[in-house]
Design a protein around this ligand. Structure first.
Ligand code: NDP
Length: 289
């Protein structure tokens, strides 16, 4: 069996087209949703993400606000910027790009963001609302992962789902969303015993580990759906660098029913979901249609 490749790039493009339509409707009512992205320091990967987010924000017709702060910015100065954005009526979504420099407590900054503008979905209020299934803003990567799953399997009820990774930004929220879909969910992590056996029980396997190609083809149940969240840069023997996921793609594709590629899977959906969360936040906050 050769797996269906779940095309995150194409799905993200469809989502952006639908969002552009929604934004145009809001604009016709005098509401132009705005996303503010704050970058502290000069981490090259973060700079690429921020540029990409700003470009796509403008492409769907929204307003993009960018704040680039020096690497030695104090926590107090960053909190002051967040405070200003909280009260700025043109800003519907606030994203503080992680990771932050060591002198800044990221949790404190996340908690300072108005939950109604927390389009990353990391504020404890949104985490709590998502956990009890009472709405709340869902983090972008987990939401994107769910949308990719839905593209191949609309009814996940009763399936065994295994999420490898228990971070607050990916593993835990993905598990919550799958639980809500009616899956029987196992969360595996670095202390789990016999990970290959746990993974082999999965009808849906989500890898969010950050270890290049750790999940082998032999760990995958024939016919499983595999969502590979991992993004790892590796260098081959010739010195060429490339991106790989947490799943050994060439092996997995021979066993799975469907799989997301890296790049071109979860990554593009993450940014598209950030835009979706911003449009939703604008609707809720400003009472658009
Ligand atoms: P974290 O480092 O925060 O979490 C990694 C998780 O993997 C931890 O729960 C850890 O377990 C677990 N883990 C580590 N090693 C093993 C192992 N050998 N066996 C089993 N579990 C293990 O990473 P993130 O959740 O932030 O990110 C995960 C991956 O997803 C990364 O590659 C990241 O780049 C990527 N990512 C991709 C995004 C996208 O847009 N596509 C967005 C965000 C992240 P423990 O808790 O026990 O330490």
């Amino acid at each position: 069996m050769t797996a269906q490749i779940i095309d995150g790039k194409a799905l993200a493009s469809q989502l952006r087209a639908a969002l552009a339509h929604d934004v145009a409707k809001l604009v016709s009512k005098g509401i132009r949703p705005g996303l503010a992205v704050v970058l502290v320091g000069d981490d090259p990967a973060s700079q690429v993400y921020v540029r990409s987010k700003a470009k796509q924000t403008v492409e769907v017709g929204m307003e993009s606000f960018e704040y680039r702060l020096a690497a030695d910015t104090t926590e107090a100065d960053l909190l002051a910027v967040v405070d200003k954005l909280n009260t700025n009526q043109s800003v519907d979504g606030i994203l503080v790009q992680l990771p932050l420099p060591a002198q800044i407590d990221a949790d404190k900054v996340i908690r300072a963001i108005d939950p109604a503008k927390d389009v990353d979905g990391f504020h404890p209020i949104n985490v709590g609302l998502t956990t009890i299934g009472a709405g709340g803003i869902v983090p972008c990567t987990p939401l994107g992962s769910l949308m990719l799953l839905r593209a191949v399997r609309s009814d996940m009820s009763g399936l065994n789902a295994v999420v490898v990774g228990r971070s607050n930004i990916v593993g835990k929220p993905v598990a919550q969303l799958l639980l809500k879909e009616g899956c029987t969910v196992t969360i595996a992590h670095s202390k789990s015993r016999d990970l290959p056996a746990i993974a082999r029980a999965a009808d849906i396997l989500v890898a969010a580990v950050g270890r290049p190609e750790m999940i082998r083809g032999t760990w995958i149940k024939p016919g499983a759906i595999v969502i590979d969240v991992g993004i790892n840069r590796v260098t081959d023997e010739t010195g060429k660098s490339r991106l790989v996921g947490d799943v050994a793609f060439a092996e997995a594709i021979e066993v799975a029913q469907a799989i997301t590629p890296v790049p071109g899977g979860v990554g593009p959906m993450t940014i598209a979901c950030l835009l979706k969360n911003t449009v939703e936040a604008a609707r809720v906050r400003r009472g658009g249609f």
